[in-house]
Design a protein around this ligand. Sequence first.
Ligand code: SF4
Ligand code: SF4
Length: 257
Amino acid sequence: MTIHFSCTQCGKCCHNLRLPLSLAEASAWLRRGGDIELFCEAIPWPDEPPESDAQAMHKRRLSFPVACGALPIRVVVTVVAAFDGACPNLQSDGRCGAYEQRPRVCRIYPAEVNPFIPLTPVSKACPPEAWAADKPVFFADGRVTDAETVEVIQASRSAAAQDAPLKERLCAYLGVSHAALANEGFVIYAFERDVMLKALERLQGDDISALPASQWQFVSNRRATVDALSSIEAHYAVSSSLTQAHERYMEFFPTDL
Ligand code: SF4
Ligand code: SF4
């Protein structure tokens, strides 16, 4: 499949977003006055998959291992810049006011960082004319053609892998210990800007062994899920029990408990 693309500078991709960031990018975003959220999900991980399982290895790189009752799990914490409406960096002339410091995810758009998510123009904010056949080739033979974009994608994947163990410490500092079952929803944490920035700054020097072990819990809004978790002695909570102001559940399925 060959995909042609050229940005029309319509600005649509700078609105109503949750932009995945590295931890370094998150600190910079907060210092510029933006807001950050943590999207938490977890994968039951009773056994180590074979290295030939590329998708499992990808998930492994992005996650950290913890115990959830009797069940070993891996937690994926995605740190996102969060804004409704226009990005706080978007200028009235439609240009990015933080162009030189913009996050990697902005630099590669509309390409995907996740190698298991195909590039599909219909899922992107770009208008049809951006994908016209007379535009330069952007994607061919299963890969992005632009060398600079490829480099940024690689840097983004490396940063995500390096950040994964640091996110365990970040969660310990912040008291984050709830995660949705992957593909069923997210537990979303939104702390005050200074609280989040201070926690990120603490990552620079502390020893992880000095931190208390986390007591992670799955959170679900579905009867079948909590019954299954209960049967394997995993810790769980129902979504309606999340009552703290900085914590909420995003469901992918209707609540049935
Ligand atoms: S940082 Fe710049 S490029 Fe990224 S969403 Fe904001 S305005 Fe758009
Ligand atoms: S939505 Fe697409 S075409 Fe519009 S500014 Fe963003 S990258 Fe460019």
